[in-house]
Design a protein around this ligand. Structure first.
Ligand SMILES: [Mg+2]
Length: 457
């Protein structure tokens, strides 16, 4: 994992020290000796993480951080404040300024590298999601994706796994201003709890009785439903081996006993904010994908989706020697509906028609609007005979019930024609299969409409 780190400090010796340590881990390092240069660098080039000194002449670290976080171009870059050990209040101020994390001087090597790596990992994930989102941008979502400025819009849901009652109580109380904490002492029960309910964060105290805390963490990482929940591990001072292994397992952050309440709140907040941001991005990407494969009017899949899915289903049926049948259906004399009642009425008919298709198809079938008043059903593992029954059922359903238009007009009696084609000798591509079904549909139209015609095998 390589990334570009910007080190900002007014004392050259401090810059050199951090630069050397980061370069030893193969990070690409940029440096600045004051806030103005730092802002300038962030504006001009891509920076993945910023290590920011607080005490600097002219513009201090808090102001630099505030400016970075209020500029949309730089707001997503994680900022690590480097604070003096004797100034715990700086941490709270740093968080208010929007900092994502902090390190205390003198900076411990393991802390430096693990925090930077963890933030780079988070940022990489966010970047990837943001790029996908930008590629398929649609309105109204950008606002939802803005990183909140250090506050949470609602209480975080935190699951605490801790064997000792006294320590549970202390942590619940510390996190009370920002989170609703459920505390459990049994790790096994906690795995189920985490999978069942949507938590924003799991905090694991390494004091678990008779249970390896890392086993618990790896269980959370391996389950589909808990894979993305951030984990914060509480460990003993000096237990560096455990920390290294935990971070390797995908634990997001750690905190060392004795617990500093400010630090606990800060680390919990950072993880929760990042998770919510990534959840929102993930949802928006999913919505965008859904929009891209769905026909806006009818809610059925669109032609683009049909093209990709049919290719896959076709190849699979060929390889496994399984049947595959498709049906193209077209509303008879649809043009008259549009001409006589207008396009709104036409749209109503298409929606109702799609609803009837949806209620006819079976679980594994794929229903798509092919274009205009033409629809395609793809029926995997289905012979021509069975498909003809499905199509006949649909035909009857169209014919049997009139289409009620919203405008209060007289209900319309409509029918549909259907052409069926099945995978067999001489059909080597999905296009050929579609063409055959189309030919059968043409025949159905020509021989009087309102009927199902199967292409000759
Ligand atoms: Mg300084």
């Amino acid at each position: 994992m390589t990334a570009r780190i910007l080190v900002v400090d007014d004392i050259p010796a401090n810059v050199k020290l951090l630069e050397a340590r980061l370069m030893a881990e193969y990070f690409d390092v940029l440096t600045a000796s004051n806030g103005f240069d730092a802002l300038d660098i962030c504006d001009r080039t891509q920076v993945d993480v910023i290590l920011l000194d607080i005490m600097m002449p002219e513009m201090d670290g808090f102001e630099v951080c505030e400016r970075l976080k209020s500029n949309p171009r730089t707001a997503h870059i994680p900022v690590v404040m480097v604070t003096a050990l004797d100034q715990p209040s700086d941490r709270v101020r740093g968080l208010k300024a929007g900092a994502d994390d902090f390190l205390t001087k003198p900076v411990n090597d393991l802390q430096l590298i693990s925090r930077v790596k963890s933030l780079v990992r988070l940022k990489t994930l966010s970047d990837e999601l943001r790029i996908r989102h930008d590629g398929t941008r649609h309105a109204g979502i950008d606002d939802a994706l803005r990183l909140t400025d250090g506050r949470l819009e609602e209480q975080a849901q935190v699951l605490l796994v801790d064997s000792r009652g006294a320590s549970q109580e202390r942590i619940v109380k510390t996190l009370k201003p920002i989170a609703e904490v459920s505390a459990l002492s049994d790790p096994q029960a906690a795995v189920f709890e985490a999978a069942e309910n949507g938590y924003d964060l799991v905090i694991v105290n390494s004091n678990l009785a008779d249970y390896d805390p890392l086993r618990f963490c790896s269980q959370l990482r391996s389950l589909e439903r808990t894979r993305f929940i951030p984990i914060l591990l509480i460990t003993e001072q000096g237990d560096e081996q455990m920390i290294i292994r935990a971070l390797d397992l995908g634990v997001n952050d750690y905190i060392v006993r004795p617990l500093d309440p400010n630090e606990l709140v800060a680390r919990a907040l950072t993880q929760v904010r990042r998770k919510r941001y990534n959840d929102r991005l993930r949802n928006s990407v999913r919505q965008t994908i859904e929009l891209a494969v769905t026909d806006g009017l009818t809610g059925l899949h669109n032609r683009r989706y049909l093209d990709t899915q049919l290719r896959t289903l076709f190849a699979r049926a060929k390889v496994r020697g399984r049947p595959l049948t498709i049906c193209i259906t077209d509303i008879d004399r649809f043009k008259l509906v549009n001409d006589q009642f207008g396009h709104d009425a036409g749209d109503e008919v298409l929606k109702e028609f799609s609803g009837r298709i949806r209620s006819t198809v079976r679980g594994a079938d794929l229903a798509c609007r092919y274009g205009g008043e033409e629809f395609v059903l793809v029926m995997p593992d289905t012979t021509a005979d069975v498909a003809a029954n499905v199509a006949e059922r649909l035909r009857l359903m169209i014919e049997a019930r009139p289409f009620q238009l919203r405008s209060g007009e007289v209900p319309l009696m409509l029918t549909a024609s259907m052409g069926i084609a099945t995978l067999g000798p001489g059909i080597d591509t999905p296009e050929q299969l579609l063409k055959q079904a189309d030919r059968a549909l043409y025949e159905a139209k020509n021989s009087g409409r309102n009927r199902v015609v199967a292409a000759a095998a």
